[in-house]
Design a protein around this ligand. Structure first.
Ligand code: AMP
Ligand code: ZN
Ligand code: FE
Ligand code: FE
Length: 274
């Protein structure tokens, strides 16, 4: 079984890389990609752990681009454990995340919801290869007793359109696709049904997008069929995975329950190593 969309505690997942690999192995996965937000920091530990476990590792990433104020998540996959061309760009993305989280914390204080983010911000400052984001703000809201879980925090305060939501600024999806492809990787548009902007797909294909994420824990059977057909029509490769963030991450999904069919992965791997 194949899962090409997983997060670790080096971004907003709950499990450190080696622990995640153990869970994947126990769930029956035999090919995995770790796709943390805007960081490749988990690659070395994940690669070593998969090698020990005898399963296949595909170095991956999920980069947040912005289009008209909407976050557009672009997955990137690489044939080797090195993508130095991305380093400077990703460092900027992470620094911007710290600034945004600080602003959101201040906004929450102004709203009468003081939170303590010293631990998370301190960790990101000590090790700038880790990413911080809204899920960490959600965790601080839970710790302070303002919310019961991440889901409530997103629904009430930090989701798009909520009072403590601060929009991002940054690279466009086309820029990010070019960056990934230029670094020798393959880009895939993450969870297009969650994005809800199918009309931009032709523009992304024109920018060089070779794949879309058809299989995802928040895609239902209708979405899978729709995007599989769209991929066929536009000659795109299909990717897929669970987007697992760990237990109690606000996005519950069991490892092994959403996977990429082997035939789709074969096509993807052939292109990745071409
Ligand atoms: P950020 O990267 O800081 O904009 O945070 C976005 C991330 O928060 C997404 O990639 C998801 O992992 C997570 N997320 C978004 N919505 C929710 C939600 N309702 N509950 C839990 N996590 C969420
Ligand atoms: Zn996430
Ligand atoms: Fe995403
Ligand atoms: Fe993700």
């Amino acid at each position: 079984m194949i899962d090409l969309h997983l997060h670790t505690s080096l971004s907003d997942g709950r499990n450190p890389p080696a622990e995640l690999v153990r869970l994947c192995l126990a769930a029956g996965l035999r090919t995995i990609s770790v796709t943390d937000h805007d960081t490749t920091a988990a690659w070395p530990e994940a690669a070593a752990a998969t090698a020990r476990a005898g399963i296949e590792f595909v170095p991956g990433i999920e980069i947040t681009a912005v289009l008209d104020g909407n976050d557009v998540h672009v997955l990137g996959y690489f044939p080797v454990l090195r993508a130095p061309l991305l380093d400077g760009f990703l460092a900027d993305q992470r620094a911007d995340r710290v600034r945004r989280v600080r602003r959101m914390a201040r906004r929450l204080t102004d709203l009468g919801l003081p939170i303590d983010m010293d631990a998370e911000i301190g960790a990101a400052e000590r090790d700038p290869s880790r990413t911080i984001g809204r899920p960490h703000v959600a965790d601080a809201l839970v710790r302070a007793g303002h919310c019961v879980d991440r889901t409530e925090a997103f629904d009430k305060y930090i989701g798009e359109g909520c009072p403590a939501f601060i929009p991002r600024q940054g690279a466009t999806p086309e820029d990010v696709i070019e960056l990934i492809m230029g670094a020798g990787g393959l880009a895939s548009l993450a969870h297009p049904a969650l994005l809800g902007r199918d009309e931009i797909i032709p523009m992304l294909i024109a920018a060089g997008l070779p794949a879309i994420e058809v299989y995802h824990s928040e895609h239902d059977e209708f979405d899978r069929q729709r995007y599989r057909r769209a991929a066929e029509k536009s000659n795109l490769l299909c990717t897929g995975g669970s987007d697992y963030h760990g237990e109690e991450s606000g996005r519950p999904v069991a490892l092994g329950s959403v996977t990429l069919p082997a035939a789709e992965f074969e096509r993807f791997r052939d292109r990745l190593f071409a």
